[in-house]
Write a protein that binds this ligand. Sequence first.
Ligand code: GLA
Length: 404
Amino acid sequence: MESPHLEQLEHTFAEHYGAPRGAYLVLAPGRVNLIGDHVDYNGLSVLPMALQRHVAILYCERDDPTVRIVSTDPDYRLRSFELGPSIEPYPEGDWGNYAKAAGQALAQRHGELRGFDAVVHSDIPVAAGLSSSSALVVASALAVLHANDIEMEKLALAELLAEAEHYVGTRGGGMDQAICLAARRGSASRIDFNPLRLTAHPIPPDWGFIVAFSLIRAEKSGTARETYNLRTRECGEALQQMTAALGLADRIDSYPTLLAELPPAQLVSRAEEALEGTLLRRFRHVVSEADRVHRAERALIDYDLKGFGHLLTESHQSLRDDFEVSCPELDELVEIALRTGAAGARLTGAGLGGCVVALCEERRVNKVLKTLAKRFYATRGFEGRLEDQVFLAEPSAGASVAAL
Ligand code: GLA
């Protein structure tokens, strides 16, 4: 297997642990969600794809339960811990907690485990809404499983890791782990929950999805996390109030069952009578976004670029106005992309910073990329590597492990 960063990984490995012997390489991709945000934790379908950017882990197994893990990025220092069913977390925000989250969940499931010495390298921008943290959890888990010759079915592992990631404090849904493990190259996947399943749809060859970072980091351990957790509670309350108002509380306790009862447009108009303020807005987003995901899937199957683009832009408006998870920088990126000829654009992931995704015809991609560079990044005096902030997404395969 190829990793453009192999030399760097091997060099850092040798620096910390000596020459790697019997090494394996794990690759776990980041993701961009095309449509369906803040619905996965409500049990509703989403439509993401994996990216060509990865968390790579080079590891050599050990004979004891110790895990030592270090990064090629000097900001992330060496961490060392023992695998077991109850691992004491590092202080909040510590990067080592992602590996611990995977290690603890797998030890609870599989008993005694052997550890490894590992080096991590990531080219997924951190705190950018591209799921670098779930990729790290997935990559760590695959290293643990592989070092112990344990096979787990991908979707069962994705479900386990979605739970496991709560160890770091965010009560996320299951989208990120599922797409990271089970994505198909060249495709986006509709993900359904309870039970978890993926349906891959090829991305038409002349569609280009541009990902652009707002330069605002949405830290999973800071205010963004609090807002995220608050939104999950608000969605639950809105559901409760609606089922009570509709007289369905005794038999309906989830968004999918509610949507099976009444069509989205009717639910929204009933909500406009029964709910008010914040809860009305949250409810309207969830129900209308669920509907957009299904319409977007249809547009993708029909190669209907205009239709798909239109739904992206509607989704952004809903996330901005009803779900209140946008910010001026995300809105500006969406505006610039649309003005330059993108068919549609929206914030992607949890929001409150992070990235937007814009859909364009292939022939317009360069123009949109250039205009974003000029109007957004240059005006802010941005001087880093622009190709890490704004790039064309390549629908990529899920995570893998290979011998070096
Ligand atoms: C984060 C979570 C996902 C999902 C998105 C919003 O990325 O990890 O499970 O809820 O936010 O759609």
